[in-house]
Every structure is written in C-alpha cells, then in structure tokens.
Design a protein around this ligand. Structure first.
Ligand code: NAD
Ligand code: TYD
Length: 337
C-alpha cells in the first residue's frame, strides 16, 4: 500500500509514521508537510534512510503541489493543520486556509486520483464543551458546537470530508480524538510546555482557575486507533477516540509534573484565561470499541511519567525549538496575562 501522510513532520503525524513503518514495514509512505513552525524532520531521523519513506515539502492548500503528490496514492491520512488554539485565535486566516481550504484541495485531488481511502484526523473540540458538573460525554451523535477558531475550522473540514463522501462517493473515514500527549509534542501545548518550562526553571502559566479538563490520550493509542480504522473502519463512518476514564484538571496535571521533576509548586502561575476556553472534553469511545475492538492501553499516570522522562532525556530536541521564533511567540502570547 502507498500512503500519503499530510503533516507527518508534526507531533501526531511523526509518531504515526514511526508507528506505521514499524507495524507495516512493506508499505510506502510519502510525508507531505509544509514545515511550518510545528513541523520538525528531526522527529523522523530514525527512518529518513528507509527506502519505503520519503518526504516532500509542500502546502496542502496548493492545488498543483497536491495533485503532483497524490499520483499513485492508495490511502491518504490527513493530519496537516494549524493545531494550536492560542495561535489560531491570533492567526485566523492561516488557520482557515490550512484547516478548511487545505482539506478541500486534498479532497479534490483524492477524488481526481481515485484514492481508495481518505482518512481525516478530526478533534473532539468540534463538539463544544461540557460543564464540569455534567456527566455526559461526546458521542458520534453529538451536535457540532465549536466555540473558537481552531475547532470551528476543524468542524468545517469534517463537514467537507463527509460532503465529498455523500455527494461524490469519495471513500472517507474520520476519527475525532481527544487531547494527545507523548514524545515530539511541540512545547506550546500544555503538557510539554509545563515539563520544559520546569526544566528551564521558568513558571508554568495556568489559564483561569486551572479547573479545565481534557480527556488525555497517549499518542500511540491514537496511532493504533487510526490503524484499526484504516484496516476495518466502515466507509463514510466517524469514530471517536479518547483516553482512559480518569479525568484530571490542568492544575492537577501541573502538580503531577512538578512532583515527577522534584520541583516546587511555587512555579505555578495563574494567568488570564483563554478566550472561548472550553471547560471540559470527555469522549465516549464505545463505538470504536464495539465495532473495531479498539481501547486505550496506556494509562495517564504511567505514560505521563514516561513522557516527562522523554523530555528530560531529550533536551536538545526542545531546546532548539524553544530558541528564536518560539521565544517571540511566547512573549506575545504570555506577556500581558
Ligand atoms: P502539529 O501542530 O504538531 O503538526 C501539524 C503539522 O502540519 C506540522 O508538521 C506542520 O508543518 C504541518 N502543516 C501545517 N500547515 C500545513 C500546510 N498548509 N500544508 C502542509 N503541512 C502543514 O499538530 P498535531 O498535534 O500533530 O495534530 C495533528 C492533527 O491531529 C491535526 O489535524 C489536529 O487538528 C489533530 N488533533 C490533534 C490533537 C492533539 O492533541 N494534538 C487532538 C485532536 C486532533
Ligand atoms: P492545549 O495543550 O493548548 O490543548 P487544547 O487547547 O487543544 O485543549 O491546552 C490544554 C489545556 O491546558 C487547556 O485547558 C488550556 C490549558 N493551558 C494552560 O492552562 N496554560 C497554557 O499555557 C496552555 C498552552 C494551555
């Protein structure tokens, strides 16, 4: 099989490529990535000489580049996106161009080239949020109610993917997953930001009251879910993917990481809240469990500890990222909070 992976130099995309080449060594992968601030080919150093892997730099919203790279592809796994809420609220045009227009350009090229499967990586954030006191979870039937730019753009992409299936018969599947964590996550996101700030002796910025809850999913569990959907998922279907059942507010996660690194809770700094900050995400993954036999295997506490160790053991990976343009972003994002 020949796969086109978009956004394969990012956090989940690179973990997926490493996972796929290990578990499906005979398949060929083309990684198509623009290499924005979030793309990092260092994540893929261990496979760069693998004859079944190649990289092409390009933008998913560029029809010519996308048409060229789509030739001969059987399966598209579409990760490329502007994926960070705080940046999306600031840089709204780029977010829509990549997440919405880029997805449409890919869908057109996939249709023209007769690909056998277009798998789109969605987010649970399209469903809006759940109150802290509410016990409901998101399911495949939950209405879309995005509340800020990133989830609104991802909702637009999901709708386009479904429309290409219904109107034009493109064979699509979608997974909407919860917050991932693990190695190679860009340190603008909460868990790697917290770990690396502590390692640098900086404060941890906790938004609002810190009582916001995400349904944390270890990245390898997510990759396995995509694998199962690609192998056995029904065309036209959407599957929700979430973590193990315990839910931890951000402040508790910050304290866990502080403890794991032997630091002091005085590092916590409550800062002004994010606009449109969603209170809680909680995903019901019964459908993928019942239909495809998937369940998360990595518990939060154990894999948080392993993730903390990975960042502690790989300072060269994040220290290079955190210099230069990152520092400019950090000042802009956090200076007035
Ligand atoms: P990331 O920001 O780490 O990586 C995104 C990648 O896409 C980067 O390599 C970047 O260079 C590339 N890219 C951006 N714009 C592009 C463009 N116009 N053309 C080509 N490549 C482009 O993101 P991630 O965390 O790995 O997320 C991957 C996907 O998973 C996204 O679609 C995101 O919405 C979705 N998702 C992520 C999470 C999460 O917790 N990280 C949760 C749910 C869904
Ligand atoms: P983030 O990792 O940005 O993912 P998402 O916005 O997709 O959920 O944020 C996870 C949670 O952590 C979210 O509730 C916002 C919060 N957060 C902070 O409190 N401080 C920070 O500096 C960041 C980046 C996030």
């Amino acid at each position: 099989m020949k796969l086109l992976v978009t956004g394969g130099a990012g956090f989940i995309g690179s973990n997926f490529i490493l996972y796929w080449l290990k578990n499906h060594p005979d398949d060929h992968i083309i990684n198509f990535d623009k290499l924005t601030y979030a793309g990092n080919l260092e994540n893929l150093k261990s496979v760069e000489d693998n004859a079944n892997y190649s990289f092409i730099q390009g933008d998913i919203s560029d029809p010519e580049a996308v048409t060229n790279v789509m030739a001969g592809i059987d399966t598209v796994v579409h990760f490329a996106a502007e994926s960070h809420n705080d940046r999306a609220n600031m840089d709204r045009l780029t977010t829509v161009l990549t997440n919405v227009v880029g997805t449409q350009v890919l869908l057109d090229a996939a249709l023209e080239n007769g690909v056998q499967r277009f798998h789109h990586i969605g987010t649970d954030e399209v469903f809006g949020h759940i109150g802290l006191e509410e016990t409901r979870k998101f399911t495949e039937k939950t209405n879309y109610e995005p509340r800020s730019v990133y989830p609104a753009s991802k909702a637009g992409a999901d709708h386009l993917v479904r429309a290409y299936n219904i109107a034009f018969g493109l064979p699509v599947t979608i997974t909407n997953c919860s917050n991932n964590f693990g190695p190679y996550q860009f340190p603008e996101k909460f868990i790697p930001l917290t770990i690396t700030n502590l390692l640098e002796g900086r404060k941890i910025p906790v938004y609002g009251d810190g009582l916001y809850v995400r349904d944390w999913l270890y990245v390898e569990d997510h990759c396995r879910a995509i694998d199962m959907v690609l192998q056995k998922g029904k065309i036209g279907e959407t599957y929700l993917v979430g973590g193990m059942t315990e839910l931890h507010p951000n402040i508790e996660i910050a304290k866990k990481i502080i403890k794991l690194l032997g630091k002091d809770e005085s590092a916590i700094e409550f800062v002004t809240d994010r606009p449109g900050h969603d209170r809680k995400y909680d995903v019901d993954w019964t459908k993928i469990k019942n239909e495809l036999g998937w369940a998360p295997q990595h518990s939060f506490d154990e894999w948080l500890e392993k993730t903390v160790s990975w960042y502690r053991d790989n300072p060269q990976w994040w220290q290079r990222i955190k210099s230069g343009a990152y520092e400019e972003y950090y000042q802009k994002q956090y200076e007035d909070r």
